[in-house]
Design a protein around this ligand. Structure first.
Ligand SMILES: [Mg+2]
Ligand SMILES: [Zn+2]
Length: 176
């Protein structure tokens, strides 16, 4: 069985841009390439799982989402990082899609496709819905990225770990 790190896209792997539809605006977070490379070298599969309700809201198309994803992959590949799988849910909260985080559909589906043991895997994201999706999927650790100055979610989080950004989250995963 493989182990994986599930990664939220916006605000976790790439800089958050509200309703991002332009590939030209894609920027990897600071230190993100080096951090993901460390996970890859430690034999973690890398799976991006992203809510993209902008499609359901009519602010962009599935093609826009895929163009942004492709640009993200291109920037990561230029740095030597290969993402094993990218999944996104285009639906609105009210549509009750089992893939929309905090529902665990995307990690569970990736686990089935790639032979991932969820109990050895980790979720990293900058929203409570990310860590809840990881918890709902049965991930062993769920890390909330909470940049300095953001409002403090910690009291309600129970066993969830908090990190300042993707590099620190990765260091927590690798215990360095
Ligand atoms: Mg996010
Ligand atoms: Zn969906």
């Amino acid at each position: 069985m493989n182990k994986a790190v599930f990664l939220d896209r916006d605000g976790t792997v790439i800089q958050h841009v509200h309703y991002l539809t332009e590939p030209g605006k894609v920027e990897i977070v600071p230190g993100g390439v080096e951090a993901l490379k460390k996970l890859q070298e430690a034999a973690y599969l890398l799976v991006v799982v992203s809510n993209q309700s902008l499609v359901g809201r009519g602010y962009g198309t599935v093609d826009d989402v895929e163009a942004v994803n492709a640009r993200m992959l291109e920037l990561l590949e230029a740095g030597g990082v290969r993402i094993d799988c990218v999944k996104y849910c285009p639906h609105l909260p009210g549509e009750d899609c089992p893939n929309r985080k905090p529902m665990p559909g995307m990690p569970i589906e990736a686990a089935r496709e790639l032979g991932i043991d969820l109990a050895q895997s980790v979720m990293i994201g900058d929203n409570l819905s990310d860590v809840e999706a990881g918890r709902n999927a049965g991930c062993q650790m769920n890390i909330l990225i909470q940049p300095a100055g953001a409002s403090d979610y910690r009291p309600s989080l129970g066993a969830t770990v908090v990190a300042s950004g993707l590099p620190e989250a990765v260091d927590i995963v690798l215990h360095v």
